[in-house]
Design a protein around this ligand. Structure first.
Ligand SMILES: Nc1ncnc2c1ncn2[C@@H]1O[C@H](COP(=O)(O)OP(=O)(O)OP(=O)(O)O)[C@@H](O)[C@H]1O
Length: 324
């Protein structure tokens, strides 16, 4: 459904995205993850047709991402989505449905259904008086007023409490299960790990890893072996056993990188009159893999310079121009 080829964006001399290649299938949840300034937002905006690429291709269903027709079939959730504070969720969503020419009755039915699914209470409360989580839910509902097939969400769960975060992520999964294609960005790896079918990791404008989370683990992660012996061996550390049948007995842990090294620990333990009592494998967490891959980076503070999207500017772009 989505094709990015040699996708590149420079601001002046500064390369925000240096040339990305990836494809996203219909019904997939695709995550773009990376530290501040990695180029996630810029990539999402190029896929949404909001920013014109300096070079390369961003296509949706074979059409240029900037094509107004394609953009009517898109729900874009910006990282910051200031809402009109004096409106209520209902009036706000109706306003956007009108902008998309959704017939009144259809709009109101869809709006209520979406607010029900998002468990949004206080629908007559002023948006200005709502919590951050509720506002984010309204912004998500807004991305769905035109019933788009493609959803592009910039940090959908950023800054939300764990419960609302889970809610938003589960809702994203539900959308994909109903056939929508979802692309979203995140800093937090837990977010992508729990819902994404595939991810790319970006750093300094470049894709530095890609695949499913297990594939990335297999390619870039390290497995270590923790070997427990009854006697000390070179490089081991003593610790108290917590096993129910041996509570309190002392044992020694050696952390080694492969099975040959495990064998050497076994031989040393035997030479010292002891034995191996347990071996456990530990996978490196995705967070650690990510930190290793991104090391050497100088993440910037703050995000995109330049335009801060407002409701009016995003709405105007439903069929308008794009940033260069
Ligand atoms: N309109 C712009 N003008 C100049 N530089 C920009 C503009 N937009 C983005 N940049 C720069 O491009 C780089 C990538 O920015 P981008 O917002 O895409 O990163 P990001 O991965 O989304 O970061 P964050 O997680 O902080 O939002 C940053 O160094 C940013 O300062």
């Amino acid at each position: 459904m989505i094709r990015a080829e040699g996708l590149r964006k420079t601001y002046g001399d500064f390369p925000a995205v240096v040339g990305s290649d990836f494809a996203v299938d219909r019904g997939e949840i695709f995550g773009i993850v990376g530290p501040n300034g990695a180029g996630k937002t810029t990539t999402l905006k190029m896929l949404s047709g909001l920013v014109e690429p300096t070079d390369g291709v961003a296509e949706v269903d074979g059409r240029d991402a900037g094509d107004p027709e394609m953009r009517r079939n898109l729900g874009f959730l910006p990282e910051e989505s200031p809402l009109y504070e004096d409106m209520t969720p209902r009036s706000y969503l109706r306003f956007f449905a009108d902008l998309y020419d959704v017939p009144r009755s259809e709009a109101s039915e869809r709006t209520e259904r979406t607010l029900d699914r998002l468990e949004l209470e206080h629908r007559e409360r002023r948006l200005g008086d709502m919590s951050k989580g509720m506002k984010r839910k309204v912004a998500i509902a807004r991305s769905l007023v035109n019933d788009p097939d493609l959803l592009i969400y910039d940090e959908p769960a950023s800054g939300l409490d764990p419960l609302t975060t889970n809610y938003v992520l589960e809702f994203t999964r539900e959308l994909a299960d109903r056939g929508k294609t979802v692309i979203f960005s995140a800093h937090n790896l837990y977010h992508v790990e729990s819902v994404c079918d595939r991810i790319v990791i970006m750093n300094r404008g470049e894709i530095i890893a890609r695949g499913t989370v297990p594939e990335i683990r297999a390619e870039h992660g390290e497995t270590t072996y923790h070997v427990f012996t009854t006697v000390a061996v070179e490089g081991s550390a003593p610790e108290r056993s917590t096993d129910s049948d041996a509570v309190g007995s002392e044992r020694h842990r050696s952390v080694v990188p492969d099975m040959d090294a495990v064998e050497r620990v076994r031989e040393r333990a035997a030479a010292n009159g002891g034995e191996v009592v347990d071996i456990r494998t530990r996978e490196q967490s995705l967070e650690d893999i990510f930190l290793d891959l991104a090391s050497g980076a100088t993440p910037e503070t703050g995000s995109a310079r330049g335009r801060q999207p407002t409701d009016a500017s995003e709405a105007g772009r439903a069929d308008g121009g794009r940033e260069r």
